[in-house]
Design a protein around this ligand. Structure first.
Ligand code: SAH
Ligand code: DHB
Ligand code: MG
Length: 214
């Protein structure tokens, strides 16, 4: 590691996390209820939610596509960055997850901005309009990330932002051999090879690819 890079251990990261926007009460309640409802605990980390929110606000984003809704945690966090006429379309294949997300989105102050579309994203993504998205957030099945990348580049306008979660694969990305890790490595290689995407991995949570379409 070069002298200009500081390794971040758990203690140091505790400080980093404490400096980010605190999780609001609504998202904390959603998290607790989602656990009680038996949803997997795989929502983004609060510091990632803060990062998405700040990046979307800085970009003045209005139209966002999310792949992988789960309980709506990240969708609601992102919606908070959008103006009143902003809109998030979020795609989810599991009816139970979509039902929970719809219930909590309806209870939130972001309800008018978020639409949950039930179905496999491989079927629902191609139905979305080309060149209209200010940002796309990939967070569903990692085995399909390369396909989602192709769709994202179709959906994004020039200057639009691509986010993709879990690119550190629980720390396995450099050395792991599972199908999931191989798919994520293929995704990162495909993203790096795109001449019209400039990207960097932001090591928050399980790692977030952050790119801008040229
Ligand atoms: N973005 C959420 C977490 C998403 S977890 C948050 O941070 O709050 C991944 C979600 O993707 C799960 O709910 C899973 O059911 C969904 N998913 C998996 N494969 C999918 C597919 N092919 N199409 C749409 N959603 C899918
Ligand atoms: C899994 C999916 C995610 O999006 C995540 O952030 C963590 C784990 C999973 O499918 O195991
Ligand atoms: Mg994820």
């Amino acid at each position: 590691m070069s002298k200009s890079s500081t390794p971040v251990d758990e203690a140091l990261f505790g400080f980093v996390a404490a400096q980010t926007i605190p999780e609001d009460d609504f998202l904390r309640d959603l998290r607790v209820a989602s656990l009680a409802a038996g949803l997997p605990e795989i929502h983004i980390a609060p510091e990632q939610a803060a990062f998405l929110r700040i990046a979307l606000q800085a970009a003045g984003a209005k139209r966002v596509v999310e792949v992988g809704t789960l309980g709506g945690y990240s969708a609601i966090a992102m919606a908070r960055a959008l103006p009143d006429d902003g809109r998030i379309v979020t795609l989810e294949v599991e009816p139970q997850h979509a039902a929970f997300a719809r219930e909590w989105i309806a209870k939130s102050d972001q309800r008018g901005k978020i639409e949950v579309r039930l179905g496999n994203a491989m079927d629902t993504l191609p139905a979305l309009a080309a060149g209209a998205a200010d940002a796309v957030f990939l967070d569903a099945d990692k085995e399909r990330y390369v396909d989602y990348l192709r769709q994202s580049m179709r959906l994004l306008r020039r200057g639009g932002i691509l986010f993709a979660d879990n690119v550190l694969a629980d720390g396995e990305i450099a050395t792991g051999t599972s199908a999931k890790v191989q798919a994520l490595r293929a995704f990162l290689a495909a993203a790096k090879a795109l001449p019209n995407l400039r990207s960097v991995i932001v090591p928050l949570g399980d790692g977030c690819l952050f790119g801008v379409k040229q």
